[in-house]
Design a protein around this ligand. Structure first.
Ligand SMILES: [Zn+2]
Ligand SMILES: [Zn+2]
Length: 347
C-alpha cells in the first residue's frame, strides 16, 4: 500500500516500569511477512506482569499480543491476502520443528520467536503469514482482538472433558473467567462462578452463569454442596493465580473431578494437598498454558459465530498514549478488559 508511513508510533519499554511513546522506522518485510496496521490491542495480565518486572521476558520491548488490524503490505511470497483485509495475529512464531511442535504441543515450542520490538502497542506489526488469521469482513475488530486469550481458554476447557449435565466451577470472574464460563456452557455444563467482586459476578450472571457466589459472603464449599445435592463439581478452573485457591477448590470436586490450574502463580508458591483426595477421588489435576494454532482457529470460530460474547467484556477503551493508565487499571482489577484503540477501524 502506498500510504505506508516511514515512522510508526510505538509504546516503548526500555526496561520494566518504563513506558514512552517513540517514533521508530517502519518494519522491512521478508518474503513471508505481513505488515499489519493495528486496530485494537487488548491488555493482558501477562503484559502487566512483564511491565512490572515480575516475569523474565527480555527488554527493551514493545508489549502487546492481543491485536486485530488490517493488512498494510506483504512480502513477495504472500499471495493470498489483499491490502486492507481485516486480520488478527498470533504473536508467538512457533519453530515447527522442535519436539513440542512435532508432538502436537506447539504452544510449548522450544524455539519460539517473540515480537520483542514489534508488539501490539504500536501502529504496525510485522508477522509471518502463517501467524496471520484472516477475518470475515463483518467481524467486530474489537472482538477479534480476543482471539489469543479465548484460544487459551478454549485449550483449558477442552482438557476438562466436560459433558452435558456436568457442573463446573470457575474461580475468578475477570475477563478470562468470564470466557471460561461461556465456553463451559457451550460444552453443556452448568456453571458456578465465584469472585470477590460483586460487579464481576453480576457480569457473570448477565453472560449466563447458572450460579454466582462471593466467598466473602458465603462459604463456597457449602454453596457447591447445596447446588449439586452434595455431589460436588465435576470440573473446576482456577483463573486466579493463588495456590490456596487450588487447595480449597480440590475439596469441592466430585468423584472423577477435573481441575485446571489455568493461572500462573506469582510469586512462586507450593501446594499442600492430601494425596488421598486425588487417589480416592480419581481426580485429574491439569494445567494449560498458551495455545496452539488449532486453538486459535477454534477461538476465532467461537468469536465469529457469536458463540462467545467477548466484546461486552471491554470495560475501558483507551488511546495508545494512555497505555500506562490501562496497565494500572488492570493491576488494580478496576474493570474487566482494558483495550487500547491503536488506530481503530479502517476509515
Ligand atoms: Zn494474552
Ligand atoms: Zn517448536
Amino acid at each position: 500500500m502506498s500510504n505506508k508511513p516511514k515512522t510508526i508510533r510505538q509504546m516503548w519499554s526500555e526496561k520494566p516500569g518504563e513506558l514512552e511513546m517513540r517514533y521508530n522506522p517502519i518494519f522491512e518485510l521478508d518474503g513471508d511477512d505481513v505488515l499489519i496496521k493495528v486496530a485494537y490491542t487488548g491488555i493482558c495480565p501477562w503484559d502487566v506482569r512483564a511491565f512490572t518486572g515480575k516475569s523474565s521476558v527480555a527488554f527493551p520491548r514493545v508489549l502487546g499480543h492481543e491485536s486485530s488490524g488490517y493488512v498494510a503490505d506483504m512480502g513477495k511470497n504472500v499471495h493470498d491476502l489483499t491490502p486492507g483485509q481485516p486480520v488478527t495475529a498470533d504473536f508467538i512464531v512457533k519453530c515447527g520443528i522442535c519436539k513440542a511442535c512435532r508432538r502436537g504441543r506447539p504452544n510449548r515450542c522450544q524455539n519460539p520467536t517473540y515480537q520483542q520490538f514489534g508488539g501490539g502497542y504500536g501502529d504496525y506489526i510485522r508477522i509471518p503469514r502463517k501467524n496471520v488469521y484472516p477475518l470475515r469482513p463483518t467481524t467486530s475488530m474489537k472482538a477479534a482482538a480476543f482471539m489469543e486469550p479465548l484460544a487459551c481458554v478454549w485449550r483449558g476447557e477442552k482438557m476438562l472433558n466436560l459433558q452435558p449435565g456436568d457442573t463446573a466451577l470457575i474461580v475468578g470472574a475477570g475477563p478470562i473467567g468470564l470466557m471460561h464460563m461461556q465456553v463451559a456452557r457451550l460444552f453443556g455444563a452448568q456453571v458456578i462462578v465465584s469472585d470477590l467482586l460483586d460487579a464481576r459476578l453480576q457480569k457473570a450472571r448477565e453472560l449466563g452463569a447458572d450460579w454466582i457466589v462471593n466467598p466473602s459472603q458465603k462459604d463456597v464449599g457449602a454453596f457447591v454442596e447445596e447446588v449439586t445435592d452434595g455431589w460436588g463439581v465435576d470440573a473446576a478452573v482456577i483463573a486466579v493465580g493463588a495456590a490456596r485457591l487450588v487447595e480449597q477448590t480440590l475439596t469441592y470436586l466430585a468423584p472423577g473431578g477435573r481441575l485446571n490450574i489455568f493461572a500462573g502463580v506469582y510469586p512462586k508458591d507450593q501446594l499442600h494437598i492430601d494425596p488421598n483426595l486425588i487417589h480416592y477421588g480419581e481426580f485429574i489435576l491439569t494445567g494449560s498454558a498458551d495455545s496452539t494454532p488449532e486453538d486459535m482457529t477454534r477461538s476465532l470460530m467461537l468469536i465469529e459465530n457469536g458463540q462467545v460474547n467477548v466484546e461486552s467484556l471491554i470495560s475501558h477503551l483507551l488511546p495508545l498514549e494512555e497505555l500506562g493508565k490501562g496497565f494500572e487499571i488492570v493491576q488494580n482489577t478496576a474493570g474487566l478488559k482494558v483495550m487500547i484503540k491503536v488506530n481503530g477501524e479502517a476509515p
